[in-house]
Design a protein around this ligand. Structure first.
Ligand code: ZN
Ligand code: ZN
Ligand code: FE
Length: 765
């Protein structure tokens, strides 16, 4: 996007915004600002599109939220910056349901200001009641069993409204008119505090106080919240946080934090306007923020990490807990590694055994698990890293109508999607399908979407990998199926959410995706659209000793690359950190794997190249969680360093392990330069910067060689803020148009949307 270019801002709003003078307000706002476009009511809520320069659009968005009519309540607001359509004036359009009308399920909404006020008011009958909610806030997606959205179809059906609550529920003038989860201390859900064996220690206010006291004393309390359990522990207590890490076990992966107030967040983190907006939004996601050096929380919360994942309380229970504690707490998902978050208190006793000292539970069942969403602001716009609470199950609006398609998503960070007409309903984050529990959650989510929307899919889309459970599940459905290559899905997802029909150059970089040639792809340059693609370039392939095990041992990626350069001599390079970290026996084993190609699959993975470089830079040989090494490399970057390592862009040659594309992006000169820098004592921060800069330059080189102006950036590697910023800025400076993810994650959480787009294109033709 050049500074002179105009863009289109697309906004979707849910809430009490119809019939309260909202459309005339939008009309006035747009025409006063001279922004052409339209506003329209639809089944999806209020849709707005306006065109202008980025700054004008940002101001419009801000004025929309701050200046809205007093009666207009926004329960959810999603937006995306798209290419301009060329509107000439602003108009109010007739309502349009974008195809068949579908019943609509709202996501769970953070407690509104009115409800917070009541909970804090000693004169109010809901004073200190942890399950207070109203029509404008509270649980939705996590309590709905079936449509229509009426109380008997929710997990509130066993709670009989008392006379006061019933009166509110029936009064059209009341804020709780038809508020399905309406409740009060007399008739609604109650808190209970259990010890680790499930023995009741206290109820109601006493239970809350007991939990607060325990957290103050350094204990871990499992708290049943909105969409599942959290483990809460005092974030300023190093010993307590360390103990939780030891118990889980989770040595390094950052914990999320909940803060009592925005002011308290500002004391520990740098917060800009966009970040503050999201922290206080009805979606209330975890926002990744840069931590201040003087932050009071223990480093055990996020070891070696300059950022913190931070959120504010989003239910009255959290508000009450946080107000009483008045200190930030770790609020990490109550689960065992790689399993979905626990939702049931009786299951929690078993599954969280050994993690939690106490359980603060309640008797409102959670119908489906919904994790906290995670978001990061990059280049002034939101990048969702996990789409769940506050967003799921809101649909993405598609450019064209599609037949009913079920997309089963990726194997890791799984989300499924059900699309029909012009809507793609994307499930909440499910997780890694390698555990039994996650696979159960996957099947449930698939059944759930079909049941809720009463749509039976006509087609199914799944990953190309023949062995994935999702692939086998797809076969069991007996529907016309399309197998979608993983990186093609990444490209198609990025194009779909940016409303671009292609063709475009997809720079799709991640850890792993099954390639049609049976090798592991992950550093791909694909030219195409949802209908198909050509692999125009890929990273130079190398062997991964031990295959999947390399994810946990970045040094293995480094050994694979060293072997490609130095052959059997590489294992004698005691001057290199990854070699140094191997015992004599390990060296023998790795050398044999690499020389004979046994249990050493060929990969073009960009994620593994990051691992190799992090290992060679001496930053990380063993990783306890995915992308730890790549994050270490990103965090090390010295921002003042402007020079770049040079990647060779060349045709495939004899000796390349894969010759499948017109170009190979060869890291050989990068590795030689890196090793020379190491010998010369160049600091890791400079090496990391030169590597990132080099990737940006070679991305430009490929884009030039291909000659396609539109470039889509997708794949988990683009969660890297430094890399995304550099590549997008450099592309713009060179006259290309980069597209980045906005509403679905660049990681595998976005795969289901891409599968929908590919399947739609396939079955259309
Ligand atoms: Zn409310
Ligand atoms: Zn009541
Ligand atoms: Fe991926």
């Amino acid at each position: 996007m050049n500074p002179g270019d105009t863009e289109r801002l697309q906004i979707t709003i849910q809430g009490a915004v119809q019939g309260v003078g909202f459309r005339p307000f939008v009309y006035r706002l747009a025409t006063e600002a001279g922004l052409p476009g339209w506003v329209r009511n639809g089944a999806q809520g209020v849709l707005i599109e306006v065109e202008g320069h980025r700054q004008e659009l940002q101001r419009f968005l801000n004025d929309l939220e701050t200046g809205k009519p007093p009666l207009a309540i926004i329960q959810s607001l999603e937006f995306a910056y798209l290419d301009r359509q060329g509107y000439e004036h602003f108009e109010i359009l007739h309502s349009d349901n974008l195809g068949a009308k579908s019943a609509f399920i709202l996501p769970d909404i953070a407690t509104c200001e009115d409800c917070v006020r009541e909970v804090c008011d000693p004169a109010d009958r809901r004073f200190r009641y942890p399950f207070t909610n109203c029509t404008n806030c509270g649980p939705r997606f996590s309590i709905i069993r079936a449509l229509p959205y009426d109380r008997p179809n929710t997990s509130m059906r066993h709670f009989r409204l008392c006379s006061d609550c019933g009166r509110e529920y029936a009064d059209p003038l009341d804020r709780r008119f038809h508020a399905q989860p309406n409740a009060c201390p007399r008739c609604g859900p109650r808190l209970t505090l259990w010890d680790a064996t499930g023995r009741t220690l206290a109820r109601d206010e006493e239970a809350l106080q007991g939990a607060v006291q325990a957290i103050r004393e350094g204990h871990t309390v499992a708290v049943k919240g909105l969409g599942g359990f959290h483990l809460l522990v005092d974030a300023q207590n190093a010993q307590a946080v360390r103990r939780l890490r030891h118990r889980k076990p989770r040595p390094h992966k950052p914990f999320a934090l909940m803060y009592p107030t925005l002011k308290a967040i500002r004391a520990d983190c740098f917060v800009d306007e966009a970040e503050a907006r999201w922290l206080r939004s009805p979606e209330c996601p975890i926002v990744l923020l840069l931590r201040r050096p003087e932050a009071q929380i223990t480093t055990w919360v996020a070891p070696d990490n300059p950022t913190l994942g931070v959120m504010l309380p989003y239910t009255p229970l959290h508000h009450l807990l946080m107000a009483a504690l008045d200190t930030p707490v770790v609020a990490t998902s109550g689960n065992r590694t790689d399993e979905p978050i626990t939702t049931d208190e009786h299951q929690a006793l078993g599954r969280l055994r050994g993690f939690a000292d106490l359980f603060l539970v309640h008797d409102r069942p959670i119908v489906r698990h919904v994790d906290d969403s995670v978001l990061r602001i990059i280049r002034g716009q939101p990048l969702l890293l996990r789409r769940a609470r506050g967003f799921a199950p809101l649909p993405l609006i598609l450019r064209r109508p599609v037949p009913p398609i079920l997309a089963l998503g990726a194997h890791l960070k799984n989300c499924v999607a059900l699309a029909f007409d012009r809507q793609a309903f994307i499930s909440q984050h499910i997780g890694d399908l390698s555990t039994f529990e996650a696979h159960e959650a996957f099947r449930q989510a698939v059944a759930d979407l079909q049941q809720l929307y009463e749509v039976a899919p006509r087609y199914v889309a799944h990953d190309l990998h023949p062995d994935y459970l999702s692939t086998q599940y797809a076969k069991s459905l007996n529907l016309p199926a399309v197998a979608v290559q993983h990186h093609h899905a990444h490209l198609a997802a990025c194009l779909a959410e940016n409303e671009v029909e292609g063709p475009a150059l997809g720079i799709t970089w991640d850890g792993t995706g099954y390639g049609p040639d049976g090798t592991i792809w992950g550093g791909e340059f694909l030219l195409g659209d949802a209908g198909g693609f050509r692999r125009v370039a890929h990273l130079r392939p190398f062997r991964l000793p031990g295959g999947d095990q390399a994810v946990r041992e970045p040094r293995r990626s480094a050994l694979g690359i060293l072997y490609a350069l130095f052959g059997s001599q590489s294992m004698n390079r005691d001057d290199l950190a990854p070699v140094q970290s191997c015992s004599a026996e390990e060296r023998r084993v790795f050398a044999r794997m690499l020389s004979q190609g046994l249990n050493a699959p060929v990969t073009t993975s960009a994620g593994r190249l990051f691992d190799a470089v992090a290992a060679l830079t001496g930053l990380c040989q063993h990783a306890s969680f995915e992308a730890q090494a790549a994050m270490a490399l990103e965090f090390a970057v010295d921002e003042t360093e402007a020079t770049a390592y040079h990647f060779d862009l060349r045709p495939p040659v004899e000796g390349d392990l894969v010759r499948d594309a017109e170009y190979v992006v060869d890291w050989e000169p990068v590795i030689y330069a890196l090793l020379a820098d190491r010998r010369a004592g160049v600091p890791p921060g400079v090496i990391a910067a030169r590597f990132h800069n080099g990737l940006a330059e070679v991305a430009i080189a490929v884009a030039r060689a291909v000659g396609e102006r539109r470039v889509a950036l997708s794949g988990g590697v683009f969660q890297n803020r430094c890399l995304l910023t550099r590549i997008a800025s450099r592309l713009e400076a060179e006259g290309f148009r980069p597209y980045v993810h906005q509403r679905v994650p660049p990681n595998d959480g976005g795969i289901a949307l891409g599968q929908v787009a590919v399947a739609a294109a396939r079955f259309e033709s």
